[in-house]
Structures are given as structure tokens and as C-alpha cells.
Design a binder for this molecule. Structure first.
Ligand SMILES: [Zn+2]
Ligand SMILES: [Zn+2]
Length: 399
């Protein structure tokens, strides 16, 4: 019970975390450019006397805790993950810790994630736990699949058994944690379609093969894949977010390039949509006599929380916010998360930390996004608790 008491965030630790969060908020950096953020994290880990290795994916930092005296479980190894990148969003909040980097903002709460993980590190460093805890500060969650990159580089060795993380979420009240087994974030499959015809004078279309007209039909036809070909009880989205083609008002364009993304929360829906895109694209190409080529860009697997990890995550959440604070997010989100890459190499569970600032809440990725900073205490306690639970420190769970 002594250890459990130490996992509670006191006022001093809360203020330390809030200061970290606000400092990082003022110096937001884009994916793979988190150089100052990385140095700041390293400085804080040094303050806590926690050893680390930096440079994973350029800016990533992995700290290590553990090695304490224990009976069994010395070989247990758990990871806690925080992302640390910001977004190309102009901050519109009138706060004294607003972004000082024009056009860049922590509009997804990753500044809070870093503060929470450092707070958890502070709690755990007093305990010297049995087993090993990797504190993963990863770059580029928003653009670039930073998780994939640091794993490829070998930041996490084969002994890793499980990884846990939480995302700040202003849809839910502070003091709640969503815990769900199974899919919580969708598959994301970005794609590019290139249509190639032949150009000519706008007044003599019969001498050309118009890629723009073909592209316009294609964008519309792609929308029928979800509405007519997939099970309406299972979520899926096809969005074309970018359409480029043509060079002048009196020239028929010979090329159109469409870029979009497919989101799906079920493997069958995913394969139905991907098959459908291929077939619709080929048909439109034939219809308008243009060559059509489909490329899939690096995507993201779905975040699928395993039963074992979810059970531990739930027990930790109950310990931190009580039974009444543990809720479900309901349907899987069609947002994507590169946390899924950790789940390819280990057990894993990602949760959401409720952090609604009240009536004025703005959505993530918006220039007026902000969150209730009290969530920092909830997040730090949960991260520290879930790590110790996985390691079996309390003896209540032995994975
Ligand atoms: Zn985001
Ligand atoms: Zn995020």
C-alpha cells in the first residue's frame, strides 16, 4: 500500500508537470523536427536521474527504469508511450503560454502527453520497480509514423511484453478514462490515383482524352463504394482530399491526380473498399479512355487493444478514477494512431483521458483547442499504475 500512495500526484508534482506542459506548448515543433522538445525531455530525465538513449527517429528518447529487488518478474518489461509532435495549425488561444512558433501549435494534446509521462517517471523513480519500464517519447505521430520508425531502428528490444498509452480527449469529462478491448482506432489507408489522358485545345475535345472529366466522375463514383457496397452496420469512409489537374482554361488537361484516404474499422470493410476503389477506377478509366494508376501510400494498422493488456489497463483505471470514472468510447474512432505499430510487436492498450475544459471545448487539430490541465494528474497516475500492474508489482496481476 505504501507504493500505491506514492502513485498519487501531489500539488508539487502537478505544478512541475503543468510547467512542463506549458513550456512545451510555447515551443511546438512539427513531426521529426522536435529537437528542442527532445532536449527538454532529456533535461527533465536527467533531473530525475533516469538513464536514457536519445536520437531514435532523430528526436525520440527512450528512458529506462527498473532493476529493483524482486522475487519473480525480474524479466518483465513494459513500455509507456508519449508522442511529442505538434501540428501546422495557427494558435488562436489568448493564453499566456500560447505558441511562440508561428503557424505551429500543440493542437492535439501531445504537450500534455509528454508532461504526463515525465510525471509518471517521477512517481516510478521513487519506487525502483522490479522488472523494466521503457519510457518512450516518440516523434512524429501526426505525420510520418514515428512509432514505426523508432521500432525499425531498434529502440525497443525483443524483451518488451506490453506497451500502454493514453490520449487526451476533450469529448469526455476530466476524471474519466475510456478503456475498450478490441479496435478503438481505425485502419488508415492513404491512396493516390493518377489519371493520364492526352491534352489539346479546349475547343476541340474530340482530339483529346480529358483526364479532368474522368477525375470528376471518379471522385463521385468512389463515394458509392461505402454507400452501396459495404455493410452499413460497420464504419468506413472514402475521402478524396486533394485533386490536381490541368494547366489553363483553354487547355484540356491530360493528367489528374487525386489523393485521399480510406478509413475502416473492420478488416472486411477495409478489403471491400480497397477492392472497390480498384474496380471503380479501372472502369472509369475505360469509360473515358484514360490510363488509371492506383498507389497506396504508407498507412496505419488499426489500434486493437488485446484482452490481456486491456484487463490490466482497466484495473489501473479503476485504481486511479474509481469504477464510476471508467467508461467506454463506444464505437471505434475513424481517426488513426501509430500506437498500432507497438501492438505489432507486443501486447498493448491505448486509452483516452477525459479532459473537457467545459462549454468552450474545441476539437483537436483546431486553433482554439485546449484541455483541462487537471488531466495531467490522472494521466501520470494511470501510466505509473498500469506499468506497475503489468510488472506484477502489486501481486494482483501476473501476466
Ligand atoms: Zn492529432
Ligand atoms: Zn494526437
Amino acid at each position: 500500500m505504501e507504493q500505491r500512495r506514492q502513485l498519487v500526484v501531489d500539488d508539487r508534482l502537478f505544478e512541475w508537470m503543468r510547467d512542463i506542459r506549458r513550456t512545451i506548448h510555447q515551443q511546438p515543433e512539427l513531426s521529426f523536427q522536435e529537437h528542442d522538445t527532445s532536449l527538454y525531455i532529456q533535461k527533465k530525465l536527467k533531473e530525475l536521474s533516469i538513464p536514457f538513449v536519445s536520437g531514435w527517429g532523430g528526436t525520440g528518447v527512450v528512458g529506462t527504469l527498473g532493476g529493483g529487488e524482486c522475487g519473480g518478474g525480474a524479466d518483465h518489461h513494459v513500455g509507456l508511450r508519449a508522442d511529442m509532435d505538434a501540428l501546422p495549425v495557427k494558435e488562436l488561444n489568448h493564453i499566456d503560454y500560447a505558441s511562440k512558433n508561428p503557424g505551429v501549435m500543440h493542437a492535439c494534446g501531445h504537450d500534455g502527453h509528454v508532461a504526463m509521462l515525465l510525471g509518471a517517471a517521477a512517481l516510478l523513480s521513487k519506487i525502483n520497480p522490479c522488472g523494466r519500464i521503457s519510457l518512450i517519447f516518440q516523434p512524429a505521430e501526426e505525420y510520418g509514423n514515428g512509432a514505426h520508425k523508432i521500432i525499425e531502428e531498434g529502440a525497443l528490444d525483443d524483451s518488451l511484453q506490453a506497451v500502454f498509452a493514453g490520449h487526451i480527449d476533450t469529448h469526455y469529462d476530466t476524471g474519466t478514462i475510456t478503456v475498450d478491448e478490441g479496435i478503438i482506432c481505425s485502419f488508415a489507408d492513404p491512396f493516390r490515383i493518377t489519371l493520364k489522358g492526352s491534352s489539346g485545345h479546349a475547343a476541340r475535345p474530340h482530339e483529346t482524352r480529358d483526364a479532368i472529366v474522368a477525375g470528376c466522375y471518379l471522385v463521385t463514383a468512389l463515394q458509392t463504394i461505402v454507400s452501396r457496397e459495404t455493410d452499413p452496420n460497420r464504419a468506413g469512409v472514402v475521402s478524396v482530399g486533394c485533386f490536381n489537374g490541368g494547366s489553363g482554361h483553354n487547355i484540356i488537361g491530360d493528367t489528374a491526380v487525386l489523393e485521399g484516404t480510406v478509413r475502416s474499422s473492420h478488416p472486411q470493410v477495409r478489403s471491400d473498399i480497397l477492392d472497390g476503389i480498384n474496380r471503380v477506377m479501372d472502369s472509369i478509366g475505360k469509360l473515358f479512355r484514360v490510363d488509371a494508376k492506383l498507389d497506396f501510400l504508407p498507412g496505419l494498422p488499426a489500434v486493437i487493444n488485446s484482452k490481456t493488456a486491456t484487463d490490466v489497463a482497466r484495473a489501473a483505471a479503476v485504481a486511479v478514477v474509481g469504477h464510476e470514472g471508467v467508461i467506454s468510447q463506444g464505437q471505434p474512432s475513424l481517426g488513426a494512431e501509430d500506437f498500432s505499430f507497438y501492438q505489432q510487436i507486443a501486447d498493448g492498450c491505448m486509452v483516452r483521458f477525459g479532459a473537457s475544459p467545459g462549454a468552450e471545448a474545441s476539437p483537436a487539430h483546431c486553433g482554439t483547442f485546449n484541455f483541462d490541465e487537471k488531466v495531467l494528474a490522472v494521466g501520470a497516475s494511470w501510466l505509473a499504475t498500469v506499468a506497475l500492474r503489468w510488472l506484477g508489482e502489486y501481486g494482483e496481476h501476473s501476466p
